[in-house]
Design a protein around this ligand. Sequence first.
Ligand code: FE
Ligand code: FE
Ligand code: ZN
Length: 287
Amino acid sequence: MIIGSHVQMKAPDFLEGSVREALSYGANALMLYTGAPQNTRRRPTEELHIREAAGLMEVNRIPMEHMIIHAPYLINPANSVRPEVAELAVEFLMSELERTAAIGAKYIVLHPGSYTTTDPETGIRTAISQLNSLQIPDGLVICLETMAGKGSEIGFRFEHLAEIIAGMNHPEHFGVCLDTCHISDAGYDVSDYDGVLDEFDRVIGLNRLHVIHLNDSKNEKGARKDRHANLGQGTIGFDTLCRIAHHPRTAHIPKILETPYIDGKPPYGEEIAMLKEKKFRDLMKAQ
Ligand code: FE
Ligand code: FE
Ligand code: ZN
């Protein structure tokens, strides 16, 4: 099982601290933002302890492909109403791609964006033209995330992502990140995981799937809300999520937990242990 979680990257150890945090959870994968997800201030990569982090990954036999970067969510390549916003987004995304390459990671997860006041088709067309203006460093793959369909988000149908990838000048630089909370909110039946994978394969192609976000959902299937829940504390349930974590068809793909903190503390060590033991424990109950 390739399992990890969202981890922090902060002073003084930066990336090295991120890897240490992941190791403390018993993880063999991790995902991080290269800076605050809500702004564009970034530290020079020379200060990020990249070499130390890579050394720590190697000693623990974790390949760099298991270190996933998440692009900041302020980036909206689908904004057709204010193209200057989309252009700024792409400019900043360019610098994020360079940072991802400097770190030595291969996969960067990107939300395809929101169409704001137009319509999904216009949003998709805008995203296609914006993403086609990127110069993507060699070996790097942008993983478009399946979205919940909250507000005016695009990407809540596999067809949206397939259309974007089909419109790319360099499709070899594009893949998909499947978020279990988001697809359930979008109306897919996650309890039929094989059925979901079959449909994914038919519409996008399973060879495009590189990252799985493993989250429970606070809302019913089809609610289009995007509220993550801790494993076994939502409408998807522990058994289904545990089955996905161990499923042979996606065994080679890193699964990343983005579940909420409990009492201000990350629950990832406990949640990863539960998945390894295939046994649910109620973390909400005071011990
Ligand atoms: Fe995301
Ligand atoms: Fe996600
Ligand atoms: Zn989400």
